[in-house]
Design a protein around this ligand. Structure first.
Ligand code: BMA
Length: 337
């Protein structure tokens, strides 16, 4: 694919500049469309003295720096989500206490076995957090908002159980809030496709549409949305995870797709190859081996740089990089395979 200089300077990401995005150039000779940080894992499992593991976590730009919500499993192996701050997106200070959600109705705050796999999304005037919420023993999509990463206000669960991987779009689409999710079961779900739903108020959800499903190879068993979709001139750029069942169990990789901007349940292109799969020691070895699980992506509209945050082996948090133009070209070309 050859582009003129003028074409290659074109801004593809519809959004704001983020000059302080964490970034490392692609290593010379690297053939991959996504490359890992040399600093990986950026968050060790024991950053908190109470943590068994810190992974599958979400970060956003915040007041010129960065903030996030982190999945921290404690040493009793309870799954909880904690807030954190960082000056550079790489070195994080995470609160030792889990988020103490403020709820209009205390029943909403009740959960059994845990909260996990958070995503964070800025919409209009505040940050929204979605996560897999163990509501009375049933996994479903928890939802909350915060202005400051200090106080978090929990709203009604978005859907009936069983559901996971709830990922909001960063703006209303045709006047409605929009969310991707993955209907599932009560265990380690051996199936799963991505659906789209919309809501006028973040309480009542409907117009559920099928987006895309498990296919073959690295995404043969199930798929689930990853980071908040990135708006581009070519469609919503969605990074998602896909699962293959090997003789040794589940193996989690990630791929990417472009969704229609106005009707995001319509898939324009989708990779048939993964863009990153578990291949390093910190992805292959840990509490759950062979997992890469992206939950967040920072992007700089001015340069097209993307920094992807992912959990590795259900143990640590890692960072990888991509260039939007190269990634979109890859999706288009690979979709033809
Ligand atoms: C999924 C979720 C993720 C986890 C993955 C691999 O079902 O529980 O949190 O990373 O399994 O264990």
């Amino acid at each position: 694919m050859e582009r003129t200089v003028q074409e290659s300077m074109k801004q593809l990401i519809i959004g704001e500049a983020l000059p302080n995005i964490p970034w490392e150039e692609k290593p010379a000779g690297c053939q991959d469309v996504v490359w890992r940080s040399k600093k990986n894992p950026i968050i060790p499992r024991d950053l908190l003295r109470t943590s068994n593991s810190i992974f599958n976590s979400a970060v956003v730009p915040f007041q010129g720096k960065f903030a996030g919500v982190f999945r921290c499993d404690d040493r009793r192996r309870r799954m909880q989500i904690h807030s954190g701050r960082s000056d550079d997106g790489i070195n994080w200070v995470i609160k030792e206490e889990p988020i103490n959600f403020i709820c209009a109705d205390p029943e909403i705050a009740e959960f059994t076995y845990g909260r996990y796999d958070p995503r964070v999304c800025w919409i209009e005037d505040r940050y929204y957090v979605t996560w897999c919420n163990g509501y009375k023993g049933y996994p479903t999509i928890g939802l909350a908002y915060t202005y400051d990463f200090e106080e978090f206000h929990q709203l009604e669960n978005a859907f009936l159980p069983f559901n996971r991987n709830g990922v909001l779009f960063p703006r209303k689409i045709k006047g409605k809030y929009a969310m991707l999710s993955r209907p599932s079961d009560n265990g380690h779900t051996p199936f799963g496709d991505i659906f789209y739903s919309e809501s006028p108020d973040l309480c009542y959800w409907g117009k559920h549409r099928y987006v895309m499903g498990a296919t073959t190879g690295w995404q043969a068993t199930k798929i689930g949305a990853g980071p908040t979709p990135i708006e581009t001139t070519e469609g919503w750029l969605l990074i998602y995870h896909g699962v293959l069942t090997s003789c040794n169990g589940f193996l989690y990789s990630a791929g990417a797709a472009l969704l229609d901007l106005d009707e995001p349940w319509k898939v324009i292109h989708r990779t048939s190859s993964y863009i990153i799969s578990p291949q390093t020691i910190y992805e292959n070895v840990g509490d759950v081996p062979n997992v890469v699980f992206p939950c967040a992506a920072l992007c700089d509209a001015a340069t097209g740089r993307i920094a992807i945050y992912y959990g590795a082996a259900d143990t640590v948090t890692c960072l990888a990089f991509a260039q939007v133009e190269e990634l979109i070209d890859f999706i288009k070309e690979d979709a033809k395979k």
